[in-house]
Design a binder for this molecule. Structure first.
Ligand code: SF4
Length: 369
């Protein structure tokens, strides 16, 4: 049964220097055509998503859609899914787009959670990252979101070239002040086809040192724990009871449907992906049979272990056995070696990384992949 519905809006008002997601700056006409295609795809899968428990609209930047277009899409969505019954409905928003009008629209369609990419509170670093917001716009957006009582996730980045410990501490002070229910703190991964990668390769900026990244990770972990956040996944922290229900569906390898450009779906023991080209995607939704998906490899034995280990609690041995019909140590005998060398441990029926194992996780992953 489909538990989560993901909807991809690939449009952005600017292209960030570190981003390798599927996104684009687009004309108003293309946005309208795309939303029409999304609605077609949604209608096609309406029986499948009728009882979804979570919805996540991500991107790109969903809030970069014109408000009337967003409303038209949300109206169609409310015909397919009873939004009042959704346990968690998240939309990603750019701080510059947050307004009374937008938040009233979200309330009207029972959005419960807003995820906002802050990345840093340092305006110079934001400029380097290619973001179009400033600390001031973030402060205004957070005040408004709190006024309307949404659950709030704030995304931050660390290990950004040029970032100092002082900047990280300023970010953490800001989190303390805003007191969001959820924080995602990602280490910047320099992907090949990004501007930052080009700047590093041409020696215009220096790559971020690994040992300093590890120090920053420790500062972040400690500080967020002191503020009452539970680290429940490698990059995710929440106040008790505010885990992202939608992301847990991915990490628990449960069934979900993704609609939109390049979106993945997983159900009935298959995984499939939509086209990456917007032209191909829009054309694909015009065909009645809707056979534009590419099948992808689906390996629940491995994924339950890999994604389970991302969670701080680890992999439930009982859950693994109930899904795979075999004990995880029977499927991966090499795990015993890492229990002995103390990179992994067993606690309360879960297999998890030790603190040292978190830093040396690759040694475990190499053995099991
Ligand atoms: S706003 Fe998000 S999706 Fe768009 S370019 Fe920046 S990081 Fe990428």
């Amino acid at each position: 049964m489909i538990k989560g519905l993901y909807i991809h809006i690939p449009f952005c008002d600017q292209i960030c220097t570190y981003c390798d997601f599927v996104k684009m700056v687009a004309s108003d006409e293309l946005k309208v055509d795309y939303v029409r295609a999304l609605i077609k795809e949604l209608e096609y899968f309406s029986d499948l998503v009728e009882h979804t428990k979570t919805i996540y609209i991500g991107g790109g930047t969903p809030s970069s859609l014109d408000i009337d277009l967003l409303e038209a899409f949300l109206s169609e969505l409310s015909v397919t899914v009873n939004l009042k019954e959704i346990e968690e409905f998240t939309i990603e928003a750019n701080p510059c787009d947050v307004s009374d009008e937008l938040l009233k629209l979200f309330k009207k369609f029972h959005v419960s959670r807003i995820s906002m990419g802050v990345q840093s509170t340092d305006d110079g670093l934001l400029k380097f990252l290619g973001r179009n917001h400033t600390l001031e716009s973030v402060i205004k957006a957070v005040e408004l979101i709190k006024k309307y009582n949404f659950n709030l996730n704030l995304d931050f980045l660390y290990a950004v070239p040029g970032q100092t410990e002082e900047m990280i501490r300023k970010d953490l002070d800001f989190i303390k002040l805003c007191d969001p229910q959820h924080v995602s703190y990602y280490s910047l991964i320099v992907e090949d086809r990004t501007i930052i990668n080009h700047l590093i390769n041409t020696h215009k900026v220096a790559d971020f040192p690994d040992d300093l990244a590890r120090d920053f990770a420790d500062i972040i972990d400690q500080h967020l724990a002191d503020l009452g956040y539970d680290k429940y996944e490698v990059s995710n922290y929440c106040k008790p009871g505010f885990e992202s229900k939608h992301n847990l569906i991915y990490w628990n390898v449960e069934e979900y449907l993704g609609i939109g450009l390049n979106a993945s779906s997983q159900y009935n023991y298959i995984r499939m992906k939509n086209p990456k080209s917007i032209k191909e995607y829009i054309a694909g939704t015009k065909k009645n049979a809707l056979n534009m998906h590419q099948l992808e490899e689906y390996n629940p034995k491995l994924e339950l272990l890999l994604l389970g280990l991302r969670k701080t609690k680890g992999v439930s041995l009982e859950y693994y056995k109930s899904r795979i019909k075999k004990d995880v140590f029977e499927v991966y005998p090499v795990l015993s070696k890492h229990l002995e060398n103390k990179l992994l441990e067993l606690k309360d029926g879960y297999l998890k990384f030790t603190k040292n194992g978190m830093y040396l996780a690759n040694q475990v992953y190499i053995d099991i992949i």
